[in-house]
Design a protein around this ligand. Structure first.
Ligand SMILES: Cc1cc2nc3c(=O)[nH]c(=O)nc-3n(C[C@H](O)[C@H](O)[C@H](O)COP(=O)(O)OP(=O)(O)OC[C@H]3O[C@@H](n4cnc5c(N)ncnc54)[C@H](O)[C@@H]3O)c2cc1C
Length: 98
């Protein structure tokens, strides 16, 4: 269906293409090239020692945060928060293996 609408402003929200080509064969990527983490990475989990931590990719000890992460909110505050979370999760990952 086509319609002509009078507007004063127009916001174009067309999505984004992640710069993850270099990760092909290194980390599991979803069909759009974003990095699955946590439960989303479980299928490709290469550890075999229980489920991945939140933000953990399919490679044990490698975490992803922000826009590059599959299913992330794509907002500044979320990216910053996930970055802070990732630091704590790395500590937890190391503590679990100490
Ligand atoms: C036009 C536009 C408007 C937006 N407006 C808003 C808004 O109003 N409010 C809001 O909350 N969010 C907004 N966003 C979203 C917000 O910008 C992102 O959610 C946020 O920047 C994500 O942060 P990030 O650190 O995950 O990724 P990014 O900010 O994209 O940072 C990733 C960095 O990694 C670098 N990089 C990429 N590949 C490599 C590589 N191979 N090696 C080294 N460095 C690399 C990139 O150059 C970049 O500097 C907007 C985004 C766009 C595009």
């Amino acid at each position: 269906m086509r319609a002509t609408i009078e507007v004063a402003l127009l916001f174009v929200f067309i999505g984004a293409v992640p710069c993850t080509a270099w990760l092909t064969g290194v980390l599991a990527l979803d069909r759009d090239g974003f990095v699955p983490t946590g439960r989303g990475a479980e299928q490709a989990w290469s550890n075999g020692q229980g489920p991945p931590l939140p933000l953990e990719t399919n490679r044990p000890g490698i975490f992803a945060a922000g826009d590059v992460r599959s299913g992330s909110v794509k907002r500044v505050a979320s990216a910053v928060g996930e970055g802070a979370m990732a630091v704590q999760l790395v500590h937890r990952y190391l503590a679990l293996r100490a």
